[in-house]
Design a protein around this ligand. Structure first.
Ligand SMILES: [Fe+2]
Length: 492
């Protein structure tokens, strides 16, 4: 059996569409789950970039190379791990040999199903397009937010000033608040190339000049960058401080790395359009790198997904308390966590996300898995009129691989409204969109550039630069995770 055996049939446009579901389907958004959405081999894609991390492994030990080749050959042939390996660790310091082999496999063959093959629609409400204000709430103020996923150093970045965001600038910088997870610490040290292998955790970093390309588009910058992530200590304290300085020089709010011990456990408050938002943050680990005891205040890090204990949400809750004490109208938790290359969150994450919402977070924006995960709509128990939106993973906006599941990411758009409802002044989510985008690499005037493109600008378009089979595969992943609505442009 080949991987393509599991794909639904393709339409005349080249876009693979789902098999028709039995008429008894309870909801339009429920669709059959492919066993796996395979990576695609398209002959005319740029060959200068690797397809997935599995293809770039650098392993020094010959016996280990043999083990990896044997096990991943078997896993590919016999289609292991179509559902998550539930025992697998995700924190580097807890990962054993089997966890590493599983990681290598799924970097190329992402895990497309929930544990046990559960139907996502039985676990998550993915109807984000249906979110609206409760009847009776008359908005007096509104605020829009655009958020994208991980920004990692990417081939072609050096030539992509004011090109990288060209096609999505309005979705991000046209909003009242533009937000991203910035995961490539700025450094004054010599840059280190990312190497995935047995020589230790890969290193991410970028120069100040490269940061200037990531920071925005034609003078419009991100308003806030989340910096509490597993790569932020890759270049040591210098990397943290250089990143903080770069953000400060550009007037970009920094979320998650601190400049003094007193800031640890505090929320970051942003006032915009007379709406006061408290941002809280946390990260699951630092890739096994150990910060000296007296430096640990520098990054918000907790054991969010340890195999050895339940999620430690205390740091996030402390920040939520702080945001509440500072009279925030709305609280957003930005959480860097998850199992990489898995298209759906684990049950432990769903439960922890709901716990944070019930504690006081009004929305969660999550990142790290390198692939997208659903945008969940969660009606809170603490306030029956309140709907929280949980973006379980926005994916990686920029990185170094071509595989459809890796180039795909989500731009989350939230519209908030503040007004009186049943006598109280409240701020609710008035609308949500999830824009599927993909990272492209093209040769222009002899050098490579990278640019983020909207999927809807390419699927079914014969004038697209990219093969329909390729963009169709990316769209199949987007629909599988976000639901088929994601490929329809929102009304209005
Ligand atoms: Fe990460």
């Amino acid at each position: 059996m080949t991987h393509s055996d599991t794909l639904p049939p393709r339409s005349a446009s080249g876009f693979r569409r789902p098999r028709p579901r039995a008429r008894l389907a309870p909801r339009e958004t429920t669709r059959p789950l492919p066993e796996a959405l395979p990576p695609l081999t398209v002959d005319d894609l740029p060959r200068s970039l690797p397809f997935a991390p599995k293809d770039t492994l650098q392993v020094g030990s010959p016996p280990l190379r043999l083990v990896i080749k044997t096990v991943t050959g078997l896993s590919e042939r016999f289609r292991w791990w179509r559902t998550p390996l539930t025992s697998a660790a995700t924190a580097t310091e807890e990962m054993g040999p089997l966890d590493n082999l599983y990681w290598i496999h799924k970097s190329k063959y992402p895990v497309c199903q929930m544990p046990g093959g559960a139907d996502p629609d039985s676990r998550l409400d993915r109807n984000y397009r249906g979110v609206s204000l409760p009847q009776g709430l008359v908005p007096e103020r509104t605020l829009t937010l655009g958020a994208c996923g991980d920004m990692l150093r990417s081939p072609g970045i050096d030539g992509s000033q004011d090109i990288l965001f060209e096609k999505v600038a309005d979705d991000l910088f046209g909003q009242d608040l533009a937000f991203a997870n910035f995961e490539s610490p700025v450094t004054t040290q010599p840059l280190v190339d990312e190497v995935i292998g047995d020589a230790g955790p890969p290193v991410e970093c970028c120069s100040r000049e490269q940061f200037d390309i990531f920071k925005g588009h034609r003078g419009r910058n991100f308003d806030m960058l989340h910096t509490a992530n597993n790569h932020m200590f890759d270049m040591g304290v210098e990397g943290i401080e250089s990143t903080q300085s770069a953000l400060a020089e550009e007037g970009i709010a920094n979320l998650g790395t601190l400049r003094s011990p007193a800031q640890h456990g505090r929320a970051v408050i942003v006032d915009r359009n007379d709406i006061r938002i408290g941002f809280v943050s946390d990260c699951f680990g630092l890739n096994g790198r150990v910060m000296p005891e007296d430096e640990r205040w520098r990054i918000h890090v907790s054991k969010l997904l340890s195999k050895k204990q339940p999620p430690d949400l205390s740091l996030l809750k402390r920040q939520i308390d702080d945001a509440r004490a500072q009279n925030c109208d709305f609280i957003i938790a930005s959480v860097h966590w998850g199992w990489e290359f898995e298209l759906f969150p684990r049950e432990v994450q769903i439960a922890a996300a709901h716990e944070l919402v019930e504690y006081g977070a009004d929305s969660l924006i999550c990142h790290h898995p390198h692939v997208i995960q659903p945008v969940e709509v969660y009606r809170t128990e603490r306030d029956p009129a309140r709907v929280a939106v949980i973006a379980h993973s926005l994916g990686s906006l920029t990185w170094a691989f071509m595989a459809p599941h890796i180039v795909l990411s989500t731009i989350l758009k939230l519209r908030l409204a503040k007004g009186y409802f049943e006598g109280d002044l409240v701020t609710f989510i008035a609308g949500v969109d999830a824009v599927p985008v993909f990272r492209t690499y093209v040769e222009e005037e002899g050098h490579m550039i990278t640019r983020i493109e909207k999927l809807t600008d390419h699927v079914g378009r014969q004038d697209s630069l990219f093969p329909q089979e390729y963009v169709g595969q990316i769209a199949a992943h987007a629909e599988h995770v976000l639901g088929p609505d994601c490929m329809r442009r929102p009304k209005g």
